[in-house]
Ligand binder design. Structure first.
Ligand SMILES: NC(=O)c1ccc[n+]([C@@H]2O[C@H](COP(=O)([O-])OP(=O)(O)OC[C@H]3O[C@@H](n4cnc5c(N)ncnc54)[C@H](O)[C@@H]3O)[C@@H](O)[C@H]2O)c1
Length: 362
C-alpha cells in the first residue's frame, strides 16, 4: 500500500476548497488525487488550484478508482447519507462533513453500513482540532478550572454563502442545524461525552424571512449527565462578519476564547485589500484579518488525523457516533422550540424527514 492515503473529494466549492487546502498544508499523510462534482467548471477550477489530477462529474465514477482509500463529502446535507452508503459500498473510508445527515434513521444506516463494510466513518467536526479550543480542553482536563459546570460555544455570521443552505429541503434546518451542530458537538466533546439529558431551545427567523423558512437565530441549553450545562448560540443574522467563541466556567476557574478576533490583526484601510476572513462583508475601514485561518480552525490537523486513522496510526477522535448524538440533540432542539418545552433524551421520533419539521411544519 502506498505511503500516502489517496483521497477523493465530493464537491468542489466552499468546504471542498478547505479540504484540498488542508491536505496541502499538511501533506505528509495524504494526497488528493480526485474531485467529483456535477457543476461544470467548478471541479476543474478546484483541480487547477490544487493540482488534483482526476476530475469526475459523477462521484460514483470516482468510487471506481481502485487506489482511492478515503473520500470526503462536501456536498449539501441532503446527500450525505446516500453518498456515505455508496462510498462504504466501494470499500473506501468516509469523511463526512457536518451535520452528519438529515434524519436519525440515516445516521443509524450510515454507521451500520460503514461497520459492515469495515470502513471508518469519520465525522468532520473541526472544533475537536481547533488549537485554541483544544488548549482550553487540555487545561480543563488538567483541573485548571476545577469541576466545569458551564460550557458555551457560539458561531454567528450574516448567513451562508450558497442557496441550498436556505432551502430547508436540502439543508434540513437553519442556524441551529448549520452552526449549532458545531456547538453541540463541542460541548459534548469538552465534557468528555457525558450523555445529553435534556435540550431546551428557542429559535426564530428575525431578519431573513424573505429568503428562508429556516431559523436565523437560535439559543439552546443542554443538560449533561455529569451535571454540567452546555449553552449553544447560533446566528445567521449577525452583522459584522464571522464570530466563533467559547466560554468555560468551573468551580475554580474560567476561560474565554475568541477564535477569530484573538487571531486577528486589527487593521484600518481606506482602500480595502484582498481577503480578511471568512464572511467578512468588507475589507474597507476597520477589519480583522486572520492569519493562518485554516490552521487556527484545525482543518489541516483534522484531515491529517483522519488519514492517520486510515493507516491505523491513530484512533478516530471524531466519529459517526458523535455525529449521531448531534443529530439527536438537533431533533430535540427543534422539537423543544416547536413545543415551547424542555425535551428529555433519548428522543427518537420516527419518520421525521428533517429536523426543522419539528419546529415549523410545512
Ligand atoms: N466544517 C465546517 O465548518 C463547514 C463549513 C462549510 C460547510 N460545511 C459543510 O460542507 C458541506 C458542503 O457545504 P459547502 O459550504 O461546501 O457548500 P457549497 O454550496 O459551497 O458546495 C457544495 C458542493 O456540493 C456539490 N454538489 C451538489 N450536489 C451534488 C451531488 N448530487 N453530488 C456531488 N456533489 C454535489 C456542488 O456542486 C458544490 O461543489 C455541507 O454539509 C456543509 O454543512 C462545513
Amino acid at each position: 500500500m502506498a505511503d500516502k492515503v489517496k483521497v477523493g473529494i465530493i464537491g468542489s466549492r466552499f468546504e471542498a476548497d478547505i479540504h484540498a487546502a488542508a491536505f496541502r498544508i499538511m501533506p505528509e499523510e495524504a494526497e488528493v488525487v480526485a474531485v467529483a462534482s456535477p457543476t461544470a467548471g467548478h471541479a476543474e477550477a478546484l483541480a487547477q488550484r490544487y493540482g488534483i489530477p482526476r476530475i469526475f462529474r459523477d462521484y460514483r465514477e470516482m468510487l471506481r478508482e481502485r487506489d482511492i482509500e478515503m473520500v470526503t463529502i462536501t456536498a449539501p446535507n441532503l446527500f450525505h447519507a446516500a453518498m456515505t452508503v455508496d462510498i462504504a459500498g466501494a470499500g473506501k473510508h468516509v469523511v463526512c462533513e457536518k451535520p452528519l445527515c438529515m434524519t436519525l434513521e440515516e445516521a443509524g444506516l450510515m454507521i451500520d453500513t460503514c461497520r459492515k463494510k469495515g470502513v471508518l466513518l469519520l465525522y468532520a467536526e473541526e472544533l475537536f482540532f481547533t488549537p485554541k479550543y483544544v488548549k482550553a480542553k487540555e487545561m480543563a482536563d488538567q483541573g485548571a478550572f476545577g469541576k466545569v459546570y458551564l460550557v458555551k460555544q457560539s458561531e454567528k455570521h450574516f448567513g451562508p454563502h450558497s442557496a441550498w443552505f436556505w432551502d430547508m429541503e436540502r439543508s434540513g434546518g437553519g442556524a441551529l442545524m448549520d452552526l449549532g451542530c458545531h456547538g453541540i458537538a463541542f460541548c459534548y466533546w469538552f465534557l468528555d461525552r457525558s450523555p445529553v439529558k435534556s435540550v431546551l431551545c428557542q429559535m426564530g427567523t428575525y431578519v431573513h424571512g424573505d429568503k428562508t423558512r429556516g431559523e436565523d437565530n437560535a439559543v439552546c441549553i443542554l443538560e449533561f449527565g455529569n451535571g454540567a450545562v452546555g449553552m449553544v448560540e447560533d446566528s445567521w443574522a449577525r452583522r459584522g462578519g464571522m464570530d466563533d467563541r467559547i466560554e468555560v466556567y468551573g468551580e475554580d476557574g474560567v476561560a474565554y476564547a475568541n477564535l477569530l478576533m484573538g487571531n486577528a490583526l486589527p487593521a484600518y484601510s481606506e482602500h480595502g485589500y484582498g481577503y480578511a476572513v471568512e464572511k467578512a462583508p468588507t475589507t474597507r475601514g476597520w477589519s480583522y484579518p486572520v492569519f493562518e485561518e485554516l490552521w487556527n480552525y484545525g482543518f489541516p490537523q483534522e484531515m491529517r488525523h483522519f488519514a492517520r486513522c486510515v493507516r491505523g496510526k491513530e484512533e478516530p477522535a471524531a466519529t459517526g457516533e458523535d455525529g449521531q448524538v448531534v443529530m439527536e440533540v438537533l431533533y430535540a432542539g427543534y422539537a423543544s422550540a416547536g413545543r415551547g418545552e424542555k425535551i428529555n433524551l433519548p428522543f427518537r421520533p420516527d419518520g421525521v424527514k428533517k429536523p426543522i419539521d419539528l419546529w415549523h411544519p410545512e
